[in-house]
Design a protein around this ligand. Structure first.
Ligand code: MN
Ligand code: MG
Length: 649
Protein backbone atom coordinates (compact mmCIF):
# COMPACT_ATOMS: atom_id res chain seq x y z
CA UNK A 1 0.00 0.00 0.00
CA UNK A 2 1.29 3.46 -0.76
CA UNK A 3 0.71 6.64 1.20
CA UNK A 4 -2.21 8.60 -0.12
CA UNK A 5 -0.83 11.98 0.62
CA UNK A 6 2.88 11.50 0.93
CA UNK A 7 4.42 14.87 1.80
CA UNK A 8 1.46 16.61 0.24
CA UNK A 9 0.34 19.34 2.56
CA UNK A 10 -3.27 20.15 2.90
CA UNK A 11 -3.74 23.86 2.57
CA UNK A 12 -7.22 24.61 3.71
CA UNK A 13 -8.96 27.95 3.89
CA UNK A 14 -12.26 27.86 5.70
CA UNK A 15 -12.44 31.54 6.59
CA UNK A 16 -12.26 34.28 3.94
CA UNK A 17 -9.84 32.83 1.42
CA UNK A 18 -6.95 35.08 0.61
CA UNK A 19 -3.54 34.82 -0.93
CA UNK A 20 -0.80 35.11 1.64
CA UNK A 21 1.68 36.60 -0.80
CA UNK A 22 -0.44 39.65 -1.55
CA UNK A 23 -1.67 40.37 1.95
CA UNK A 24 -1.11 43.79 3.38
CA UNK A 25 1.64 44.38 5.87
CA UNK A 26 0.91 43.53 9.54
CA UNK A 27 2.09 46.24 11.96
CA UNK A 28 4.70 45.08 14.48
CA UNK A 29 3.16 44.63 17.92
CA UNK A 30 -0.32 43.74 16.66
CA UNK A 31 -2.15 41.64 19.29
CA UNK A 32 -4.76 38.94 18.76
CA UNK A 33 -6.34 36.11 20.71
CA UNK A 34 -6.53 32.57 19.30
CA UNK A 35 -8.67 29.89 20.91
CA UNK A 36 -7.97 26.19 20.29
CA UNK A 37 -10.65 23.62 21.14
CA UNK A 38 -9.97 19.92 21.64
CA UNK A 39 -12.02 16.77 21.70
CA UNK A 40 -10.16 13.51 22.31
CA UNK A 41 -10.95 9.85 22.88
CA UNK A 42 -14.61 10.39 22.04
CA UNK A 43 -14.76 6.67 21.20
CA UNK A 44 -17.90 7.06 19.10
CA UNK A 45 -19.95 8.32 22.04
CA UNK A 46 -21.96 10.55 19.75
CA UNK A 47 -25.36 10.63 21.41
CA UNK A 48 -25.72 10.59 25.17
CA UNK A 49 -26.85 6.99 25.18
CA UNK A 50 -25.46 3.87 26.85
CA UNK A 51 -26.37 1.11 24.40
CA UNK A 52 -25.12 -1.61 26.75
CA UNK A 53 -27.41 -0.60 29.58
CA UNK A 54 -30.10 0.67 27.16
CA UNK A 55 -30.49 4.03 28.87
CA UNK A 56 -29.85 7.73 28.34
CA UNK A 57 -26.84 9.28 30.06
CA UNK A 58 -26.35 12.92 30.94
CA UNK A 59 -22.68 13.39 31.69
CA UNK A 60 -21.00 12.70 28.35
CA UNK A 61 -21.46 12.44 24.59
CA UNK A 62 -20.45 14.50 21.56
CA UNK A 63 -23.93 15.99 21.11
CA UNK A 64 -23.46 17.61 24.56
CA UNK A 65 -19.87 18.63 23.77
CA UNK A 66 -21.36 20.30 20.67
CA UNK A 67 -23.20 22.71 22.96
CA UNK A 68 -19.91 23.54 24.72
CA UNK A 69 -18.27 24.02 21.30
CA UNK A 70 -20.97 26.46 20.16
CA UNK A 71 -20.62 28.39 23.44
CA UNK A 72 -16.82 28.51 23.24
CA UNK A 73 -16.96 29.69 19.63
CA UNK A 74 -19.42 32.43 20.57
CA UNK A 75 -17.04 33.82 23.20
CA UNK A 76 -14.11 34.55 20.83
CA UNK A 77 -13.39 35.70 17.30
CA UNK A 78 -10.66 33.25 16.33
CA UNK A 79 -11.46 29.65 17.18
CA UNK A 80 -10.07 26.36 15.83
CA UNK A 81 -11.48 22.89 16.61
CA UNK A 82 -9.35 19.74 16.59
CA UNK A 83 -9.87 16.08 17.47
CA UNK A 84 -6.96 14.14 18.86
CA UNK A 85 -7.89 10.56 17.93
CA UNK A 86 -9.79 7.47 19.09
CA UNK A 87 -13.05 8.66 17.55
CA UNK A 88 -13.96 5.70 15.27
CA UNK A 89 -14.21 2.90 17.87
CA UNK A 90 -15.90 2.37 21.19
CA UNK A 91 -19.68 1.97 21.14
CA UNK A 92 -22.07 -0.43 19.41
CA UNK A 93 -22.85 2.50 17.09
CA UNK A 94 -19.32 2.41 15.67
CA UNK A 95 -18.32 -1.19 16.29
CA UNK A 96 -21.53 -2.87 15.12
CA UNK A 97 -23.81 -0.46 13.23
CA UNK A 98 -21.21 1.41 11.19
CA UNK A 99 -19.56 -1.73 9.82
CA UNK A 100 -20.07 -2.65 6.17
CA UNK A 101 -20.38 -6.31 7.29
CA UNK A 102 -23.60 -5.31 9.04
CA UNK A 103 -24.96 -3.65 5.91
CA UNK A 104 -23.96 -0.03 6.68
CA UNK A 105 -23.19 1.65 3.38
CA UNK A 106 -23.70 5.34 4.14
CA UNK A 107 -21.22 7.82 5.54
CA UNK A 108 -19.68 6.81 8.86
CA UNK A 109 -21.83 8.45 11.58
CA UNK A 110 -18.75 9.65 13.47
CA UNK A 111 -17.63 11.52 10.34
CA UNK A 112 -21.17 12.84 9.85
CA UNK A 113 -20.97 14.35 13.33
CA UNK A 114 -17.45 15.71 12.87
CA UNK A 115 -18.29 17.24 9.48
CA UNK A 116 -21.36 18.88 11.01
CA UNK A 117 -19.27 20.39 13.80
CA UNK A 118 -16.74 21.83 11.36
CA UNK A 119 -13.49 20.41 12.71
CA UNK A 120 -10.40 22.19 11.36
CA UNK A 121 -8.27 19.03 11.49
CA UNK A 122 -7.97 15.70 13.30
CA UNK A 123 -5.20 13.30 14.26
CA UNK A 124 -5.34 9.52 14.56
CA UNK A 125 -5.55 7.43 17.73
CA UNK A 126 -4.50 3.83 18.11
CA UNK A 127 -8.13 2.69 17.92
CA UNK A 128 -8.60 4.21 14.45
CA UNK A 129 -6.69 1.13 13.20
CA UNK A 130 -8.98 -1.46 14.81
CA UNK A 131 -10.96 -2.14 11.65
CA UNK A 132 -7.99 -2.37 9.29
CA UNK A 133 -6.26 0.10 6.98
CA UNK A 134 -8.60 -0.10 3.94
CA UNK A 135 -11.62 0.70 6.12
CA UNK A 136 -9.73 3.52 7.88
CA UNK A 137 -8.78 5.13 4.56
CA UNK A 138 -12.33 4.76 3.26
CA UNK A 139 -13.80 6.43 6.36
CA UNK A 140 -11.20 9.22 6.41
CA UNK A 141 -12.00 9.97 2.75
CA UNK A 142 -15.50 11.01 3.92
CA UNK A 143 -14.11 13.76 6.15
CA UNK A 144 -14.44 17.42 5.16
CA UNK A 145 -11.41 18.20 7.33
CA UNK A 146 -7.78 17.12 6.93
CA UNK A 147 -6.39 14.23 9.00
CA UNK A 148 -2.70 14.27 9.88
CA UNK A 149 -0.33 11.72 11.38
CA UNK A 150 3.43 12.14 11.12
CA UNK A 151 4.73 8.90 12.62
CA UNK A 152 2.50 6.18 11.07
CA UNK A 153 4.25 4.97 7.93
CA UNK A 154 3.34 2.73 5.01
CA UNK A 155 7.02 2.53 4.15
CA UNK A 156 9.80 2.64 6.71
CA UNK A 157 12.81 4.19 5.02
CA UNK A 158 16.45 3.53 5.88
CA UNK A 159 16.36 7.15 7.08
CA UNK A 160 13.27 9.16 8.05
CA UNK A 161 13.68 11.17 4.83
CA UNK A 162 12.80 8.01 2.89
CA UNK A 163 9.67 7.22 4.93
CA UNK A 164 6.23 7.26 3.33
CA UNK A 165 3.52 8.34 5.74
CA UNK A 166 -0.04 7.00 5.72
CA UNK A 167 -1.53 10.45 6.23
CA UNK A 168 0.00 13.88 5.61
CA UNK A 169 2.65 14.32 8.33
CA UNK A 170 1.32 17.80 8.95
CA UNK A 171 -1.17 20.28 7.55
CA UNK A 172 -0.92 24.03 7.19
CA UNK A 173 -4.17 25.83 7.94
CA UNK A 174 -4.33 29.31 6.39
CA UNK A 175 -6.66 31.39 8.48
CA UNK A 176 -7.66 34.96 9.07
CA UNK A 177 -7.04 36.37 12.53
CA UNK A 178 -9.16 39.23 13.80
CA UNK A 179 -6.96 41.42 16.01
CA UNK A 180 -7.94 43.45 19.06
CA UNK A 181 -8.92 46.45 16.93
CA UNK A 182 -11.09 44.33 14.63
CA UNK A 183 -8.68 44.28 11.68
CA UNK A 184 -8.07 40.96 9.87
CA UNK A 185 -4.64 39.45 9.24
CA UNK A 186 -3.34 36.22 7.76
CA UNK A 187 -1.92 33.45 9.92
CA UNK A 188 -0.69 29.98 9.04
CA UNK A 189 -1.22 27.31 11.67
CA UNK A 190 0.75 24.10 11.30
CA UNK A 191 -0.88 21.01 12.78
CA UNK A 192 1.01 17.77 13.35
CA UNK A 193 -0.58 14.47 14.44
CA UNK A 194 1.22 11.72 16.41
CA UNK A 195 0.01 8.26 17.44
CA UNK A 196 1.57 5.87 20.02
CA UNK A 197 4.28 3.75 18.37
CA UNK A 198 2.75 0.64 20.02
CA UNK A 199 -0.24 0.88 17.64
CA UNK A 200 1.22 -1.51 15.04
CA UNK A 201 1.86 -4.08 17.77
CA UNK A 202 -1.62 -3.87 19.30
CA UNK A 203 -3.29 -4.26 15.89
CA UNK A 204 -0.68 -6.64 14.51
CA UNK A 205 -3.21 -8.68 12.56
CA UNK A 206 -4.27 -5.65 10.54
CA UNK A 207 -0.93 -3.88 10.44
CA UNK A 208 1.95 -6.38 10.29
CA UNK A 209 4.01 -5.63 7.15
CA UNK A 210 1.65 -2.77 6.36
CA UNK A 211 2.34 -0.06 8.94
CA UNK A 212 5.46 1.08 10.79
CA UNK A 213 5.76 3.67 13.53
CA UNK A 214 8.53 6.00 14.60
CA UNK A 215 8.81 7.52 18.07
CA UNK A 216 6.63 10.53 18.80
CA UNK A 217 9.31 12.85 20.18
CA UNK A 218 11.94 12.14 17.48
CA UNK A 219 9.26 12.71 14.82
CA UNK A 220 8.19 16.03 16.33
CA UNK A 221 11.84 17.15 16.54
CA UNK A 222 12.30 16.41 12.86
CA UNK A 223 8.97 17.65 11.46
CA UNK A 224 8.40 20.89 13.39
CA UNK A 225 11.36 22.70 11.72
CA UNK A 226 9.99 21.54 8.34
CA UNK A 227 6.63 23.06 9.25
CA UNK A 228 8.29 26.31 10.24
CA UNK A 229 10.20 26.56 6.99
CA UNK A 230 7.02 25.71 5.06
CA UNK A 231 5.47 28.82 6.58
CA UNK A 232 3.80 27.80 9.86
CA UNK A 233 3.49 30.85 12.14
CA UNK A 234 2.27 28.63 14.95
CA UNK A 235 2.61 24.89 15.55
CA UNK A 236 -0.02 22.77 17.30
CA UNK A 237 0.63 19.08 18.01
CA UNK A 238 -2.24 16.60 18.22
CA UNK A 239 -0.47 14.09 20.44
CA UNK A 240 -2.46 10.93 21.11
CA UNK A 241 -0.46 10.52 24.31
CA UNK A 242 -0.97 10.98 28.02
CA UNK A 243 1.25 12.45 30.71
CA UNK A 244 3.73 9.98 32.20
CA UNK A 245 6.55 11.22 34.43
CA UNK A 246 8.85 8.23 33.94
CA UNK A 247 12.11 8.82 32.03
CA UNK A 248 11.59 9.42 28.32
CA UNK A 249 12.33 6.54 25.94
CA UNK A 250 12.42 6.47 22.14
CA UNK A 251 9.19 4.51 21.78
CA UNK A 252 7.42 6.02 24.82
CA UNK A 253 3.65 5.55 24.79
CA UNK A 254 2.43 8.48 26.91
CA UNK A 255 5.05 10.95 25.71
CA UNK A 256 3.33 14.29 26.38
CA UNK A 257 6.04 15.50 28.79
CA UNK A 258 9.04 14.92 26.48
CA UNK A 259 7.00 16.25 23.53
CA UNK A 260 6.32 19.47 25.44
CA UNK A 261 10.08 20.13 25.50
CA UNK A 262 10.48 19.97 21.71
CA UNK A 263 11.46 23.45 20.47
CA UNK A 264 9.05 25.31 18.22
CA UNK A 265 5.83 23.96 19.68
CA UNK A 266 3.13 26.52 20.57
CA UNK A 267 0.36 24.29 21.92
CA UNK A 268 -0.21 20.61 22.62
CA UNK A 269 -3.42 18.61 22.69
CA UNK A 270 -2.89 15.44 24.73
CA UNK A 271 -5.07 12.32 25.08
CA UNK A 272 -5.03 8.50 24.96
CA UNK A 273 -4.84 8.04 28.74
CA UNK A 274 -8.44 9.28 29.15
CA UNK A 275 -7.40 11.78 31.79
CA UNK A 276 -8.13 15.47 32.24
CA UNK A 277 -5.51 18.23 32.12
CA UNK A 278 -5.21 20.67 33.82
CA UNK A 279 -6.28 18.66 36.84
CA UNK A 280 -5.15 18.31 40.47
CA UNK A 281 -4.03 14.74 39.84
CA UNK A 282 -0.90 16.11 38.14
CA UNK A 283 -0.22 18.63 40.93
CA UNK A 284 3.23 17.56 42.06
CA UNK A 285 4.62 16.33 38.77
CA UNK A 286 7.82 17.99 37.61
CA UNK A 287 7.30 20.24 34.57
CA UNK A 288 3.60 20.73 35.27
CA UNK A 289 2.12 24.20 35.88
CA UNK A 290 -1.55 23.66 36.68
CA UNK A 291 -2.31 27.36 37.05
CA UNK A 292 -1.21 28.20 33.49
CA UNK A 293 -2.08 24.74 32.15
CA UNK A 294 1.36 24.05 30.72
CA UNK A 295 3.84 21.17 30.48
CA UNK A 296 7.41 22.49 30.48
CA UNK A 297 5.91 25.86 29.56
CA UNK A 298 3.96 24.52 26.53
CA UNK A 299 0.22 25.29 26.67
CA UNK A 300 -1.50 21.89 26.96
CA UNK A 301 -4.97 20.49 27.42
CA UNK A 302 -6.40 16.95 27.68
CA UNK A 303 -10.17 16.60 27.34
CA UNK A 304 -11.00 13.36 29.21
CA UNK A 305 -12.78 10.74 27.10
CA UNK A 306 -16.13 9.68 25.55
CA UNK A 307 -17.14 13.35 25.26
CA UNK A 308 -16.73 14.15 28.95
CA UNK A 309 -14.86 17.46 28.46
CA UNK A 310 -14.06 20.10 25.88
CA UNK A 311 -10.42 21.21 25.96
CA UNK A 312 -9.87 24.96 25.61
CA UNK A 313 -6.50 26.71 25.13
CA UNK A 314 -6.50 30.50 24.80
CA UNK A 315 -3.33 31.87 23.24
CA UNK A 316 -2.43 35.58 23.30
CA UNK A 317 -0.50 36.38 20.13
CA UNK A 318 1.80 39.28 19.28
CA UNK A 319 3.15 40.00 15.82
CA UNK A 320 6.87 40.44 16.50
CA UNK A 321 9.87 40.35 14.12
CA UNK A 322 7.63 39.54 11.21
CA UNK A 323 5.67 36.64 12.67
CA UNK A 324 3.02 35.67 15.19
CA UNK A 325 4.29 34.57 18.60
CA UNK A 326 2.53 33.28 21.70
CA UNK A 327 3.05 35.64 24.65
CA UNK A 328 0.74 34.05 27.21
CA UNK A 329 -1.84 31.30 27.47
CA UNK A 330 -4.56 29.74 29.58
CA UNK A 331 -5.80 26.13 29.41
CA UNK A 332 -8.93 24.58 30.82
CA UNK A 333 -10.96 21.39 30.38
CA UNK A 334 -14.67 22.25 30.47
CA UNK A 335 -16.82 19.34 31.67
CA UNK A 336 -20.24 18.38 30.28
CA UNK A 337 -21.22 17.82 33.91
CA UNK A 338 -19.94 20.70 36.08
CA UNK A 339 -18.60 19.63 39.46
CA UNK A 340 -20.88 21.86 41.55
CA UNK A 341 -23.49 19.56 43.08
CA UNK A 342 -26.55 21.38 41.72
CA UNK A 343 -25.19 22.30 38.27
CA UNK A 344 -26.97 20.96 35.19
CA UNK A 345 -25.04 19.16 32.46
CA UNK A 346 -24.67 20.80 29.04
CA UNK A 347 -27.74 19.99 26.97
CA UNK A 348 -27.64 18.03 23.70
CA UNK A 349 -27.39 19.83 20.38
CA UNK A 350 -30.68 18.56 18.98
CA UNK A 351 -29.90 19.42 15.37
CA UNK A 352 -26.81 17.21 15.61
CA UNK A 353 -28.83 14.46 17.34
CA UNK A 354 -31.30 14.58 14.44
CA UNK A 355 -28.54 14.14 11.87
CA UNK A 356 -27.42 11.03 13.79
CA UNK A 357 -30.92 9.61 14.29
CA UNK A 358 -30.68 6.97 11.51
CA UNK A 359 -27.48 5.52 13.03
CA UNK A 360 -28.99 5.66 16.51
CA UNK A 361 -32.15 3.84 15.40
CA UNK A 362 -30.12 1.20 13.56
CA UNK A 363 -27.99 0.67 16.69
CA UNK A 364 -31.05 0.28 18.92
CA UNK A 365 -32.47 -2.33 16.54
CA UNK A 366 -29.23 -4.24 16.27
CA UNK A 367 -28.42 -4.25 19.98
CA UNK A 368 -31.90 -5.44 20.93
CA UNK A 369 -31.64 -8.67 18.96
CA UNK A 370 -32.29 -11.56 21.36
CA UNK A 371 -29.47 -14.12 21.60
CA UNK A 372 -30.44 -16.49 24.41
CA UNK A 373 -31.19 -16.64 28.12
CA UNK A 374 -29.42 -16.64 31.44
CA UNK A 375 -31.13 -17.79 34.61
CA UNK A 376 -28.55 -15.92 36.71
CA UNK A 377 -27.37 -12.32 36.63
CA UNK A 378 -23.93 -11.71 35.10
CA UNK A 379 -22.15 -8.74 36.62
CA UNK A 380 -18.59 -7.48 36.99
CA UNK A 381 -18.92 -5.70 40.37
CA UNK A 382 -16.88 -8.42 42.09
CA UNK A 383 -14.61 -9.41 39.21
CA UNK A 384 -11.53 -8.18 41.08
CA UNK A 385 -12.32 -10.04 44.29
CA UNK A 386 -12.92 -13.51 42.88
CA UNK A 387 -16.34 -13.71 41.23
CA UNK A 388 -15.92 -14.66 37.62
CA UNK A 389 -19.26 -15.56 36.06
CA UNK A 390 -19.36 -12.46 33.83
CA UNK A 391 -15.87 -13.17 32.48
CA UNK A 392 -16.51 -16.90 32.14
CA UNK A 393 -19.02 -16.33 29.39
CA UNK A 394 -16.13 -14.71 27.48
CA UNK A 395 -13.59 -17.42 28.26
CA UNK A 396 -16.05 -20.23 27.41
CA UNK A 397 -16.90 -18.59 24.08
CA UNK A 398 -13.19 -18.25 23.24
CA UNK A 399 -12.47 -21.88 24.17
CA UNK A 400 -15.40 -23.14 22.08
CA UNK A 401 -14.14 -21.13 19.11
CA UNK A 402 -10.66 -22.68 19.38
CA UNK A 403 -12.11 -26.13 18.79
CA UNK A 404 -14.31 -24.91 15.90
CA UNK A 405 -11.61 -22.88 14.18
CA UNK A 406 -8.61 -25.16 14.56
CA UNK A 407 -10.25 -28.57 14.24
CA UNK A 408 -7.58 -31.08 13.17
CA UNK A 409 -4.75 -28.59 13.69
CA UNK A 410 -5.34 -28.92 17.41
CA UNK A 411 -3.28 -31.59 19.17
CA UNK A 412 -6.02 -33.59 20.98
CA UNK A 413 -3.65 -34.25 23.89
CA UNK A 414 -3.24 -30.56 24.72
CA UNK A 415 -5.79 -29.06 27.11
CA UNK A 416 -7.44 -25.84 25.88
CA UNK A 417 -7.43 -22.96 28.37
CA UNK A 418 -8.91 -19.51 27.91
CA UNK A 419 -7.90 -16.13 29.37
CA UNK A 420 -9.74 -12.84 29.62
CA UNK A 421 -10.11 -9.80 31.81
CA UNK A 422 -13.32 -8.09 32.87
CA UNK A 423 -13.17 -4.86 30.90
CA UNK A 424 -15.83 -2.83 32.67
CA UNK A 425 -14.58 -2.45 36.23
CA UNK A 426 -15.37 1.20 37.04
CA UNK A 427 -12.17 3.23 37.28
CA UNK A 428 -12.08 6.13 34.79
CA UNK A 429 -15.43 4.97 33.37
CA UNK A 430 -17.04 5.90 36.70
CA UNK A 431 -19.34 4.12 39.17
CA UNK A 432 -21.75 2.95 36.45
CA UNK A 433 -19.03 1.47 34.25
CA UNK A 434 -19.64 -2.19 35.13
CA UNK A 435 -21.28 -5.02 33.25
CA UNK A 436 -24.64 -5.81 34.81
CA UNK A 437 -26.79 -8.26 32.86
CA UNK A 438 -29.93 -9.24 34.77
CA UNK A 439 -31.29 -12.80 34.71
CA UNK A 440 -33.60 -13.30 31.75
CA UNK A 441 -33.20 -12.79 28.02
CA UNK A 442 -29.72 -11.89 26.74
CA UNK A 443 -29.62 -9.37 23.90
CA UNK A 444 -26.81 -8.43 21.54
CA UNK A 445 -26.24 -5.29 23.62
CA UNK A 446 -25.27 -7.55 26.52
CA UNK A 447 -22.53 -9.32 24.56
CA UNK A 448 -21.21 -5.87 23.60
CA UNK A 449 -21.43 -4.93 27.29
CA UNK A 450 -19.48 -7.98 28.43
CA UNK A 451 -16.89 -7.35 25.70
CA UNK A 452 -16.75 -3.66 24.72
CA UNK A 453 -13.61 -3.83 22.53
CA UNK A 454 -13.14 -5.02 18.92
CA UNK A 455 -10.32 -7.37 20.00
CA UNK A 456 -9.63 -10.45 17.92
CA UNK A 457 -9.04 -14.04 19.01
CA UNK A 458 -5.48 -15.29 19.36
CA UNK A 459 -4.54 -18.87 20.20
CA UNK A 460 -1.13 -19.65 21.70
CA UNK A 461 0.96 -22.63 22.69
CA UNK A 462 2.05 -22.24 26.29
CA UNK A 463 3.48 -24.19 29.22
CA UNK A 464 3.06 -24.31 32.98
CA UNK A 465 5.91 -21.87 33.68
CA UNK A 466 4.49 -19.32 31.23
CA UNK A 467 1.01 -19.65 32.70
CA UNK A 468 2.33 -19.04 36.20
CA UNK A 469 4.17 -15.95 34.93
CA UNK A 470 1.01 -14.73 33.15
CA UNK A 471 -0.91 -14.95 36.41
CA UNK A 472 1.89 -13.24 38.37
CA UNK A 473 1.62 -10.32 35.92
CA UNK A 474 -2.15 -10.30 36.26
CA UNK A 475 -1.85 -10.21 40.06
CA UNK A 476 0.05 -6.89 39.92
CA UNK A 477 -3.35 -5.16 40.06
CA UNK A 478 -3.30 -5.84 43.84
CA UNK A 479 -1.35 -4.31 46.71
CA UNK A 480 0.60 -6.40 49.18
CA UNK A 481 -1.59 -6.96 52.25
CA UNK A 482 -0.23 -7.33 55.80
CA UNK A 483 -1.89 -9.35 58.49
CA UNK A 484 -3.25 -6.40 60.43
CA UNK A 485 -6.88 -5.86 61.30
CA UNK A 486 -6.98 -2.34 59.84
CA UNK A 487 -8.55 -1.99 56.38
CA UNK A 488 -5.94 -1.88 53.61
CA UNK A 489 -6.61 -0.76 50.03
CA UNK A 490 -6.81 -3.83 47.80
CA UNK A 491 -6.06 -2.26 44.45
CA UNK A 492 -2.71 -1.01 43.18
CA UNK A 493 -3.94 2.14 41.45
CA UNK A 494 -0.98 2.13 39.02
CA UNK A 495 -2.30 -0.93 37.17
CA UNK A 496 -5.68 -0.70 35.43
CA UNK A 497 -8.30 -3.29 36.41
CA UNK A 498 -8.62 -4.46 32.80
CA UNK A 499 -5.07 -5.86 33.12
CA UNK A 500 -6.46 -8.53 35.46
CA UNK A 501 -6.68 -11.71 33.37
CA UNK A 502 -8.21 -14.85 34.74
CA UNK A 503 -7.34 -18.21 33.14
CA UNK A 504 -10.36 -20.47 32.77
CA UNK A 505 -9.49 -24.16 32.85
CA UNK A 506 -7.09 -23.67 35.77
CA UNK A 507 -7.79 -23.09 39.45
CA UNK A 508 -5.50 -21.09 41.71
CA UNK A 509 -5.13 -18.83 44.68
CA UNK A 510 -3.59 -15.35 44.81
CA UNK A 511 -1.52 -14.79 47.96
CA UNK A 512 -1.46 -11.07 48.74
CA UNK A 513 0.96 -11.51 51.66
CA UNK A 514 3.66 -11.75 48.97
CA UNK A 515 4.95 -8.75 46.98
CA UNK A 516 4.08 -8.38 43.30
CA UNK A 517 6.73 -9.70 40.94
CA UNK A 518 6.19 -6.96 38.34
CA UNK A 519 5.38 -3.26 38.10
CA UNK A 520 2.67 -1.70 35.93
CA UNK A 521 4.89 -1.88 32.84
CA UNK A 522 5.94 -5.49 33.35
CA UNK A 523 9.41 -4.73 34.74
CA UNK A 524 10.39 -7.39 37.24
CA UNK A 525 10.80 -6.26 40.85
CA UNK A 526 12.01 -9.69 41.79
CA UNK A 527 11.82 -13.22 40.53
CA UNK A 528 12.99 -14.57 43.87
CA UNK A 529 10.56 -15.69 46.50
CA UNK A 530 7.45 -17.77 46.09
CA UNK A 531 5.39 -15.20 44.13
CA UNK A 532 1.66 -14.71 44.59
CA UNK A 533 0.21 -17.66 42.66
CA UNK A 534 -0.57 -20.70 44.85
CA UNK A 535 -2.17 -24.08 44.29
CA UNK A 536 -2.08 -23.76 40.51
CA UNK A 537 -4.00 -26.79 39.24
CA UNK A 538 -5.47 -28.19 36.06
CA UNK A 539 -8.32 -30.66 36.62
CA UNK A 540 -7.26 -30.91 40.24
CA UNK A 541 -3.63 -31.81 39.42
CA UNK A 542 -0.77 -29.38 40.16
CA UNK A 543 0.53 -27.67 37.03
CA UNK A 544 4.24 -28.40 36.44
CA UNK A 545 6.49 -25.94 34.60
CA UNK A 546 6.91 -28.22 31.57
CA UNK A 547 3.21 -29.11 31.15
CA UNK A 548 1.96 -27.99 27.74
CA UNK A 549 -1.32 -26.26 26.95
CA UNK A 550 -3.14 -24.28 24.28
CA UNK A 551 -4.66 -21.00 25.42
CA UNK A 552 -7.20 -18.64 23.83
CA UNK A 553 -6.70 -14.93 24.43
CA UNK A 554 -6.99 -11.64 22.53
CA UNK A 555 -4.59 -9.80 20.23
CA UNK A 556 -3.74 -7.13 22.82
CA UNK A 557 -2.62 -9.67 25.37
CA UNK A 558 -0.78 -11.87 22.87
CA UNK A 559 1.24 -8.93 21.59
CA UNK A 560 2.12 -7.55 25.01
CA UNK A 561 1.43 -4.26 26.75
CA UNK A 562 0.94 -3.08 30.33
CA UNK A 563 2.44 -5.66 32.67
CA UNK A 564 2.38 -8.35 29.95
CA UNK A 565 5.09 -9.44 27.59
CA UNK A 566 4.51 -10.37 23.97
CA UNK A 567 4.21 -14.02 22.97
CA UNK A 568 7.02 -15.30 20.74
CA UNK A 569 6.11 -15.95 17.08
CA UNK A 570 6.58 -19.73 17.62
CA UNK A 571 3.89 -19.67 20.28
CA UNK A 572 1.20 -18.33 17.97
CA UNK A 573 -1.09 -21.08 16.72
CA UNK A 574 -3.83 -18.80 15.38
CA UNK A 575 -4.17 -15.05 14.98
CA UNK A 576 -6.90 -13.89 12.68
CA UNK A 577 -9.56 -11.28 12.29
CA UNK A 578 -12.19 -13.02 14.42
CA UNK A 579 -13.82 -10.48 16.76
CA UNK A 580 -14.30 -11.96 20.22
CA UNK A 581 -17.59 -10.12 20.70
CA UNK A 582 -18.99 -12.09 17.72
CA UNK A 583 -17.80 -15.34 19.30
CA UNK A 584 -19.66 -14.44 22.50
CA UNK A 585 -22.87 -13.70 20.59
CA UNK A 586 -22.56 -17.00 18.67
CA UNK A 587 -21.84 -18.90 21.87
CA UNK A 588 -24.92 -17.52 23.62
CA UNK A 589 -27.07 -18.22 20.53
CA UNK A 590 -26.00 -21.86 20.38
CA UNK A 591 -25.90 -22.64 24.12
CA UNK A 592 -28.76 -23.78 26.35
CA UNK A 593 -29.84 -21.16 28.92
CA UNK A 594 -27.04 -20.44 31.41
CA UNK A 595 -28.23 -21.79 34.73
CA UNK A 596 -25.73 -23.16 37.24
CA UNK A 597 -23.21 -20.64 38.57
CA UNK A 598 -19.83 -22.02 37.45
CA UNK A 599 -17.25 -22.90 40.11
CA UNK A 600 -14.95 -19.94 40.75
CA UNK A 601 -11.68 -19.94 38.82
CA UNK A 602 -9.61 -18.33 41.60
CA UNK A 603 -9.74 -16.97 45.11
CA UNK A 604 -7.47 -15.04 47.44
CA UNK A 605 -5.31 -17.23 49.68
CA UNK A 606 -6.82 -16.89 53.16
CA UNK A 607 -5.00 -14.42 55.42
CA UNK A 608 -6.77 -14.75 58.76
CA UNK A 609 -7.20 -11.36 60.41
CA UNK A 610 -6.42 -9.27 57.33
CA UNK A 611 -9.06 -7.01 55.80
CA UNK A 612 -9.07 -5.09 52.53
CA UNK A 613 -11.19 -2.24 51.17
CA UNK A 614 -12.18 -1.89 47.53
CA UNK A 615 -14.49 0.34 45.51
CA UNK A 616 -17.12 -0.97 43.14
CA UNK A 617 -20.36 0.17 41.50
CA UNK A 618 -23.32 0.98 43.76
CA UNK A 619 -25.23 -1.46 41.52
CA UNK A 620 -23.70 -4.27 43.63
CA UNK A 621 -26.17 -3.38 46.41
CA UNK A 622 -28.94 -5.01 44.37
CA UNK A 623 -27.14 -8.37 44.85
CA UNK A 624 -27.51 -8.98 48.58
CA UNK A 625 -26.66 -12.68 48.19
CA UNK A 626 -23.26 -11.88 46.70
CA UNK A 627 -22.55 -9.34 49.46
CA UNK A 628 -23.43 -11.87 52.17
CA UNK A 629 -21.53 -14.73 50.52
CA UNK A 630 -18.27 -12.77 50.82
CA UNK A 631 -19.04 -11.18 54.21
CA UNK A 632 -18.69 -7.71 52.65
CA UNK A 633 -19.24 -4.68 54.87
CA UNK A 634 -20.77 -1.66 53.13
CA UNK A 635 -18.78 1.49 54.02
CA UNK A 636 -20.98 3.87 52.02
CA UNK A 637 -20.22 5.94 48.93
CA UNK A 638 -16.95 7.64 47.96
CA UNK A 639 -16.90 11.25 46.74
CA UNK A 640 -16.72 9.95 43.18
CA UNK A 641 -19.90 7.89 43.71
CA UNK A 642 -18.34 4.44 43.99
CA UNK A 643 -19.60 2.04 46.67
CA UNK A 644 -16.81 1.18 49.15
CA UNK A 645 -16.75 -2.24 50.76
CA UNK A 646 -14.51 -3.93 53.26
CA UNK A 647 -13.79 -7.65 53.02
CA UNK A 648 -11.92 -10.24 55.09
CA UNK A 649 -9.18 -12.10 53.25
MN1 MN B 1 -8.77 6.21 23.83
MG1 MG C 1 -5.83 5.63 22.60
Amino acid sequence: MTGLHHRKQFVVSLNDPFDCETTAYIPEGTCAELRILETTDVHANLLSYDYHADREVHTYGLTRIATLIHRARGERDNVLLFDNGDYLQGTPLSDLTAQPANGWESEHPVITAMNALGYDAAGLGNHEFNFGLPRLLEVISQADFPVTCANALTHLGATPEQDVSLMPPYVLLKRTLVDQSGASHPVTIGVLGLVPPQTAVWDQFHLADRLWLRGMEETARRVIPQMRSAGADLVVVLAHAGIDSSPATAMMENAALPLAQVPGLDAMLAGHSHQVFPNQQFENMSGVDLEAGTLHGTPTVMAGFRGSHLGVIDLSLHFVDGRWRVTSSKSEARPVQPTQADACPACEDTSLSQKLAPAHRATMQLTQQPLGRSEMPLHSYLALVGQSNSVQIVTRAQAAAVRDLLGDRLDPDLPVLSASASFKVGERGGPNYYSDVPAGPIFLRHSADLYPFPNALCVLHTDGAQLRDWLERSATVFNTIRCTPSDQPLRNADVPGHAFDVIDGLTYQIDLSQPARYDAKGNAYTTDGPGRIRALCHRGQPVRDADRFVIATNNYRAFGGGPYKAASPEQILFAGNVPIVDLIADHIRTSPPLSATPAPIWQFAPQPGARVVFDTGPGLRAYGGDIAARSLVDLGDTDAGFARFSMPL
